[in-house]
Design a binder for this molecule. Structure first.
Ligand code: PMP
Length: 280
């Protein structure tokens, strides 16, 4: 087991991996990324992550890359690291060029990765649920593209940490509940799961999609529609979904307890089913 980095085809120690200072990802946030995990030595939803990567790259009008070569690079690093429960970060920047807002003709995309053991969320949080705060969504208009421009997410997460809670949920100026800093949000009311529809305001989460599939399979009614903070406060249950977050119960939002302030049955079931599928 070795934590490793990958820079444009070369695998090395993470501490030795460097990027040029004129990488556009570094200077402009002109880069896209994915974070993929493995369970028991098998990558989970790799193809879905590659689909989303292609969509993000197309959104920024990056020259397209051979899907086969990206997949090959990921699997090569994964095999070299041999970490059964790994978290692989992949970033592709538009390339390296003298600093200029105008997109350079040919800058040579930079592909970098790191692979480390996953830091699991504390069991206490999974068992008893998390508290979160809401915060105004100050992000840009294309949150459906997975770009590295994460400063609003960083600041919102830090606001949550300062408030002594797990995370922050972005809410629009009109009060629409969008998503959390690195996960999607769902509520449960009268047995129905409700989550934000796929628009430009949220990331199309892979875990969100898997969980909606589980709902269909298990006969749990699910709706993709807008809901506001009032519905969130008044929900029976609420949870986050994300690659590392998995299905994480929310038991408190701002000063309001959700339902009985205990992890509800729908959340508990979806969390268990997701883990089972991922580990299978
Ligand atoms: N929303 C945001 C803003 C995220 O960063 C993430 C994590 N990639 C998610 C949602 C959840 O997506 P996924 O289930 O694909 O990890």
């Amino acid at each position: 087991m070795r934590e490793l980095a990958y820079v444009n085809g070369e695998i090395m120690e993470i501490q030795k991996a460097m990027v040029p200072i004129e990488d556009r990802g570094y200077q402009f946030g002109d880069a896209v990324y994915e974070f993929i995990v493995s369970y028991n030595g098998r990558m989970f939803c790799l193809e879905e992550h590659l689909d989303r990567l292609q969509r993000s790259m197309a959104g920024l009008e990056f020259p397209s890359m051979e899907r086969e070569s990206v997949r090959g690079a990921i699997l090569k690093l994964f095999a070299a690291a041999a970490i059964p429960r790994a978290g692989l970060y992949l970033q592709i920047s538009r390339g390296v060029a003298p600093r200029n807002h105008q997109v350079p003709e040919a800058a040579g995309q930079q592909v970098i990765m790191t692979i480390r053991a996953v830091t699991e969320k504390p069991t206490e949080l999974r068992e008893n649920g998390a508290a979160v705060i809401t915060t105004e969504d100050l992000r840009w208009g294309r949150c459906d593209w997975k770009t590295v421009q994460l400063l609003p997410n960083v600041l919102a997460k830090q606001k949550a940490v300062a408030a002594g809670v797990f995370d922050a949920i972005f809410v629009s100026a009109e009060g629409v509940v969008r998503e959390a800093t690195s996960s999607n949000v769902a509520i449960v009311k009268d047995g129905v799961v409700v989550t934000h529809p796929l628009t430009t305001h949220i990331l199309p989460g892979i875990t969100r999609m898997v969980v909606l599939g589980l709902c269909r399979e298990l006969g749990i009614p699910a709706e993709e529609r807008f809901f506001k903070t009032g519905e969130l406060y008044g929900a029976d249950e609420a949870f986050l979904t994300g690659t590392v977050t998995e299905v994480l119960p929310i038991v408190k939002v701002d000063d309001t307890a959700i339902g009985t302030a205990e992890v509800g049955p729908v959340t508990r079931r979806l969390a268990a089913e997701l883990r089972e599928r991922a580990r299978a």
